[in-house]
Structure formats: C-alpha cells, structure tokens
Ligand binder design. Structure first.
Ligand SMILES: [Zn+2]
Length: 292
C-alpha cells in the first residue's frame, strides 16, 4: 500500500490538474473515474523498471564505454539508517560533494551516497547474492547507479568501520573518517549495463545501471549485522525486462542461444510469427520466474 501511494505522489501535478477543471459536484464520480484511468495508464507506462534478472541469453556482448572514476581515498562518511526494518529502507553512507565522480560517455556524475540491499536486488542467471551495494552518482539531468553484488567470504576491512557499528535507528548518525572510496571498486572493470529505474519509490525511470561483474566479499558476521536490522530483507523483486537490452563486456557470460526477437526474425519467413508472439507474451508474464 505504501509503495502504491508513493508511486502516485509523483503524479500529483496530474491529479491536481484533473481536480482543478471546475467540474460540478455531480460530475465528481466521473472525474474520479477519469483520474483513476489516467493514473492506471501512467503507471502501466512504467515498463523499464529495476532490478532485473541478468541472464546469459538476454545479454549482448560487446565493447562498452570506459568508466573513469575519480574517488577520494580519504573522505568522511555520514552513515544513516533511513527506516529499518522497512523493506524500502537501507543503511546509507552520505558523501560530501566533490569527493567522488564518474565520467562515462562524455558526461560526469557526482557520487552522492552508497547503500546496501539484502539479498541482492539484481539476479544473475536467476541467482541472488546475499547482498548488493549501490553507488549513486548524479548530475543535473540523470542518475547512474553503479552496483556490485556481495558474496559471503572474507572479512571486508574497507567496510569494517561501517558494518561493525551500524546505526540501529533513524535518529543515529555514525561518522566515519578517512574512508577510501576506491576500496569499493573491483580489480576488473567488466560490467553489465541497461536502462532502468530507482528500486525504491518513486521508481523513477531513465536511470542508467552499471553493475560490476566482479562481486565483492563480506564476512558472515558482517552480513548478519545487516540482516539483524532488516530481518525480512530490503530488496525489490526483479521486474520484467520488456524488451530492454542488457550489454556486457564480460567475456564468456553471453550464451550462444538467440533471443526470442532473433527467433522472430528467423521465423518470419516461415509464417510462424504469431507463435513467437504468443510465446513472448508468456515470457513477459512470467519474467520473474521463468527458468533459464
Ligand atoms: Zn539501491
């Protein structure tokens, strides 16, 4: 319920416009129905949502634009809890302006914050990792979220100061000094990229997603500290791909199996397009659960 209300908040100007058209009281029921149908149609238009299931047979291999990170090796973090155990909340490290940036495709974005989801929001070939980190970069026009899956393994010393003393309520702020933001980046820079949305309200679309192929590790104790605050997790379920294309420069990930669209092209001359179309509809309807 809360999610729906939050999603509708972004439509407030639209709803206000509908309410200010000066309709008489007798027309209010019709006006309400009109407003409902407009809201439904706008929400239905949100078809490029995140997270997604990144699979070998829906991902294309190719050369991608280089990523130029310019991150402080000694910065101060303000670590907050914005509402655990709510699934739409997280532990977030806020970063002062000017401490980090990412330049890609000729555009530069400033690092605003990083935060965590448990379990991971993005899946790789149907599999979730225990956790996922999101670094949120922004400029005046757009957002770029750089994600990295987190597996259980070695103690993560870089994140040690954060996860050994997580803020337990929204009233606590933990200050971390001399944090090296570069410690969050992998050795290898291969990524998965696609266009999606925020994974929390208002689920705004047009967000550029860049997920590192190389995961990071945290110890079971570190993961448990987060789970204690979010016993039901804080990951949004995967959303339908709806024809979007995922790109990667990770060798060996993409399978040789062609996309349904490719099948459609191959089969068009054989008069089998309608069969493929019905198959695609079923794929879309079952996107979250469809096995590889
Ligand atoms: Zn996130």
């Amino acid at each position: 319920m809360h999610t729906s209300i939050s999603r509708l908040l972004q439509l407030t100007p639209l709803i206000s416009a509908l309410c200010l058209t000066g309709l008489p009281a007798t027309a209010s029921a019709a006006s309400d129905r009109l407003a409902d149908s407009v809201i439904d149609s706008v929400l239905e238009g949100m078809e490029a949502q995140s997270p997604i299931n990144i699979r070998s047979h829906n991902t294309y291999f190719g050369q991608l634009s280089p990523l130029h990170f310019n991150l402080s090796s000694s910065t101060d973090l303000s670590v907050i809890n914005n509402g655990s155990p709510s699934a739409e909340s997280t532990i977030r490290a806020n970063i002062d302006p000017g401490e980090g940036s990412l330049t890609v495709d000729g555009k530069t974005y400033s690092l605003a914050q990083f935060h965590f989801h448990e379990p991971s929001e993005h899946l790789e070939n149907n599999k979730a990792a225990p956790m996922e980190m999101h670094l949120v970069f922004a400029n005046a026009d757009n957002l770029v979220v750089v994600g990295r899956l987190v597996n259980e393994g070695s103690f993560n010393s870089a994140l040690g100061p954060i996860f050994s003393d997580l803020p337990e309520t929204i009233t606590e702020t933990k200050s971390i000094d001399n944090f090296n933001l570069n410690s969050l980046l992998p050795d290898r820079m291969e990524t998965f990229r696609y266009t999606g949305s925020l994974t929390t309200p208002p689920f705004t679309e047009g967000v550029q997603w860049i997920t590192f192929a190389q995961p990071m590790e945290m110890s079971a104790t570190q993961l448990q500290a987060f789970e204690t605050l979010f016993p039901d997790g804080n990951a949004r379920p995967v959303q339908p791909l709806n024809g979007r294309i995922i790109l990667t420069d990770l060798p060996g990930f993409v399978s040789a199996m062609p996309e349904p669209e490719t099948y459609a092209m191959l089969l068009a001359g054989l008069g089998l397009v309608s069969f493929v179309a019905s198959r695609r509809q079923r794929l879309k309807a079952n996107e979250a659960w469809f096995p590889v």
